[in-house]
Design a protein around this ligand. Sequence first.
Ligand code: GCO
Ligand code: MG
Length: 402
Amino acid sequence: MNITQVKVIVTNPGRNFVTAKIETSEGISGVGDATLNGRELAVATYLSEHVAPMLIGRDAFAIEDTWQLMSRASYWRRGPVQTAAQSAIDMALWDIKGKALGVPVYQLLGGRCRTGVMAYTHAGAAEISETIDDLQMFIEQGYHAVRLQCGVPGVPDVYGVDRDTSTQPGAGTERPYVEGWDTSAYLGVVPKLFEAAREAVGFGTHLLHDVHHRLTPSEAGWLGKRLEDHRLFWLEDALASDYQSAYRLVRQHTTTPLAVGEVFTSLVDCEQLIREQLIDYVRASAVHAGGLTGLRKIAAFAEPYQVKTGCHGAADMSPITMAAALHFGVSTHNVGIQERALHPEEADDVFPHAYTFSDGYLDPGEAPGLGVDIDEALAERYEYRRGYLPVVRLRDGTLTNW
Ligand code: GCO
Ligand code: MG
C-alpha cells in the first residue's frame, strides 16, 4: 500500500488546527495533527512544500523508516516546526496501519495494560475561593485529578486564570497580548491556594499546579518545599527548561514531584532530566515530539528511571493528538496521567472521535486506527485566523517567560 497524496488542511473551528491527511493506493486514509500554536502556517508550508513531495509512492506501512527519513532527510535537526510535521505524518501512518489491519492503534503498540487513562483538567479563577468552587465542580464531574491556578494580587491577567482555555491563548489575537508578573506576590499566594484546597477536599483528589516557566531554581526549590505537606501530584514547568542541569538545584531542595516538557521536541531535550532523575513526569506530546514513534522512544528511555509521562493535552492540539495520546496511554506502562482541556464544540464537530471520558478516565475506544477523522467540508467553513501567544512583562517593563 503506497502513499498517493498528503493533504494539508488548515482550519479554525474556534482556534487554529493544522492536519495532515495521507491517502493511499488502497483507498485507506489516515490523519495526523500538525498544530504548532501561534506558528501554524510555518508547519503547513513545511509539510506541503518539503515533506509531501518526498513521501509520494512510499510504503505506507514503513512507519519507522519514514520517521527516520523525516529526522534525517532535512539534515537540520529537530526544531518544533520540523517535528510537528514529522508527528503528523507519523500519526497518520499509525492510523492507516490500524485501519488496514482492522484494529485500534493501541493493539499495534502492545495492547492494553490499563483500563483507562487518568485525566486531569484545569480549575483557575481570580480568587482562591472561586478556584475551590471549580475544583469541587470537577470532582462532582468525576475527576480524580485537577490542576489549580489562581490570580496573583496586583497582577492583571495571570496564566491559567479565567480566560476560556478552549479558545485562549493563541486564538485570534492580532498582536501578542501582554500579561504582567510579580514573583514575590505569586509565591505568597500559591501556598494559600493549596492549603485552602486540601482543607476543602482533603487528600482524595490529586492536585497539580503549572508555574509556566516563571521561577528561578532557588525560587522553585522554595515553592516545592513549601508545598510538600499538600502532596501535589506535580509542580509543572517551575523553570524554563532550556538548561536541563538547572533542575538539579530544584531537586536538591524539594520532594514535590516535578513535571516538565510540553515544549520538548525529542529525547535530546530531556535526556539529562531523565537520566539524572531530576523530574518525575515528562510532558512531551505526540504532536510536538515526533508522533507516537517519538513519544514511545522517550517513554522507553524513561521507564527504568521511574519517570512517567503526563502528555500535554491543552486545547491547542487537535482531537487527533488526544486520540494518539490515549492509544499510547492505555498501552504504555509508564504513563502517569493525561491532561484534558475541552476543545471548542465546533472543533469536536470538525474532528469526530471515538474516545470517551467517564469517571475521571479517558479511553481511546475500539474503532480501527486512531478512531478520529476530519470532516473536510465542515473544516473548510472555518478560515484560518492569525493568533499569537501572550508575552509577559515585569513591573519595570522587562520581558520574561510567558
Ligand atoms: C498546559 C500548557 C498550555 C500552554 C499552551 C501553549 O499545561 O496545558 O501550559 O496551557 O500554555 O499549550 O500553546
Ligand atoms: Mg503547562
